[in-house]
Design a protein. Structure first.
Length: 572
């Protein structure tokens, strides 16, 4: 019997889930006759699912390279070992305070994806069996609620079962740390320490892990507290926003109930809800990919908005940590245009910076933060208002840790608008804030699009775009990036590359990222996605000629040229 088949047999013996046991049994039975089954089984046992962006994420299925009940139990036991380690153990990291070590609290949440509730219960029971105090959220809720609870309950850690906007067959586990980490997602060296602890657990059987049903199921009070915090994010602008008609889609996720309550608490008009996508549905039947960035993802919402004469379309992804906004545009297909993540981020960032400058925040200095693939416009906003700006590695695990942070965002529709309460992107608080601002702008006589024009007059016109290549074989991404490193472009879209940066060579903050600064101030960044099998190219341009509208149009025209050239460069 091959090593793979022996591994599969041992796995089946410890697997508590009859569905994944039967799945693996079927692959084993077909091993000799079906090469595809043998290849699938080898892929599932090719290693151990590694911690990536703040935790685990993969397709559902049996085996150590898929998301399943065994992997979740191993991860929970590894996290428990990390939290309960002795202070004198090697490689200490930012740990919970001493007063928490004796009986640390972990909050566990879950979304509406397939098996999320089961995985959450498994994680909670294994953590409790290890001696951890565990509080389970009362039902399927948005990821920002879990992130809020880590700070609100002064927890040592938080675990969220979600795959956010990934394809329907995926699920995952995100980990947050309290104490000195302030409720942010894990970063090195904690991720490596937890991964090492998981690897030690994986040498045994999860059937031998102690479990406990001594788990506190939290009441509605924690959701009430989150809703109150989200409503406060609206600011004074909410008073004039009651007339804004919002068409909202939850994209078959868990955002609707919480967003509806946050709107009501902020004094905003109740949203008009796209009925086909209102309730959680793990099959995501109306979507190819449950990601508001994907082409066509907002088609139902925009058609609904037209039929109901809405002023804005607002969308959350399935776990409601991201926000998409679309505005009326007679020139766009269907009469609606989705704003880019940079559009929304710069509008929110301008208002946050203006408020911080008015307060005169000094200790610590008020800071704005954005990922290194987001628009350079946020740095210009910070400079305009005399604030600081930090460009971080991608991911809110980095953005959320900037000292003095008043606002942070990432172009992939993520916005951190309430850093005192939630140290992660928060699609619900951001929606409340954006709709409140839209109400203020309308009361002053201009639209969201005209607000972007006004911003361009202050800091210059900016435009961004993206080229995304989805692959079936991750080695294809390696081949493409290797080719760019071996043969870097001298020019893109007829513009000379004046500086090329390979972040893999950065000893302090290494990242698989290539950046090309062009002679006219434009920029192209190429990197693999952190959560999906994609290679992405991020395009940014800027113009300071003419009116705000003319500046934006000029920058957008440059982005079109960059996109055409980058597609040729990448062969897509």
């Amino acid at each position: 019997m091959s090593g793979t088949r022996r591994q599969a047999r041992r796995w089946i013996e410890q697997d508590p889930d009859p569905r994944t046991r039967e799945e693996l049994e079927a692959l084993l039975a077909a091993w000799d006759e079906d090469p595809a089954a043998a290849a699938e089984l080898r892929a599932r046992f090719a290693g151990q699912l590694a911690f990536g962006t703040a935790g685990l994420r993969a397709e559902l299925g049996g085996g150590p390279m898929r998301m399943n009940r065994v992997v979740v139990a191993q991860a929970a036991a590894g996290l428990a070992a990390f939290l309960l380690r002795s202070p004198d153990e090697e490689a200490p990291t930012a740990a919970p305070p001493d007063r928490l070590r004796s009986s640390p609290l972990v909050v566990v949440g879950y979304d509406g994806r397939e098996s999320s509730d089961v995985f959450a219960r498994d994680a909670a029971e294994v953590l409790a069996g290890a001696g951890i105090r565990v509080s389970l959220l009362p039902r399927a809720l948005p990821t920002p609620v879990l992130a809020f609870c880590v700070r609100h309950l002064d927890a040592a850690a938080g675990v969220m079962i979600t795959a956010s906007h990934n394809p329907p067959r995926d699920n995952g586990m995100k980990v947050y740390l309290g104490g000195a980490d302030g409720g942010s997602q894990i970063v090195p060296p904690a991720d490596a320490e937890i991964a090492a602890a998981i690897a030690r657990v994986a040498k045994g059987s999860v059937a031998d892990l102690p479990r406990s049903g001594g788990i506190e199921v939290l009441g509605e009070g924690v959701v009430d507290a989150y809703v109150e915090a989200a409503a406060r994010a609206a600011g004074p602008e909410a008073a004039g926003a009651g007339g804004i008609r919002v068409a909202y889609t939850a994209m078959h996720g868990v955002g609707l109930a919480t967003l509806r309550r946050a709107f009501a608490a902020a004094g905003l008009r109740e949203p008009l809800v796209v009925p086909e996508q209102a309730e959680p549905d793990a099959a995501f039947p109306t979507l190819v990919f449950p990601n508001p960035e994907e082409p066509g993802a907002l088609d139902l919402a925009t058609a609904f908005a037209t039929a109901h004469a809405a002023d804005l379309v607002v969308a959350n992804d399935p776990d409601a940590d991201r926000l998409a906004v679309a505005v009326p545009d007679a020139t766009a297909p269907g009469g609606w245009r989705r704003l880019t993540g940079n559009d929304v981020g710069l509008l929110l960032g301008w208002e946050a910076a203006a408020a911080a400058a008015t307060r005169g925040d000094e200790e610590p200095r008020a800071m704005l933060a954005s990922s290194l693939v987001s628009s350079p416009g946020l740095a210009a906003i910070a400079e305009h208002h005399g604030l600081g700006h930090v460009e971080t590695l991608t991911g809110f695990k980095w953005i959320s840790r900037v000292p003095g942070l008043v606002f942070g965002y990432e172009e992939a529709l993520g916005y951190l608008v309430n850093p005192d309460r939630v140290r992660d992107k928060d699609g619900i608080s951001a929606a409340v804030r954006f709709v409140a601002l839209a109400g203020r702008w309308r009361a002053a006589g201009y639209s969201v699009d005209e607000a972007l024009d006004a911003l361009a007059e202050r800091i210059g016109g900016t435009a961004s775009g993206q080229v995304s290549i989805r692959v079936d074989d991750l080695d294809e991404i390696v081949r493409l990036t290797d080719r760019l490193r071996a043969e870097p472009p001298a020019a893109i879209a007829g513009r000379a590359v004046v500086r090329a940066v390979d972040r893999l060579a950065d000893a302090e903050h290494a990242a698989d990222l290539l950046r090309y600064d062009l002679e006219d101030g434009s920029r192209v960044i190429v990197r693999p996605s952190g959560t999906e099998p994609k290679l992405k190219a991020y395009l940014d341009a800027r113009s300071e000629e003419g009116t705000g509208r003319e500046r934006r149009a000029a920058a957008a025209a440059i982005v079109v040229e960059l996109e055409r050239s980058v597609r040729e460069l990448l062969g897509c």
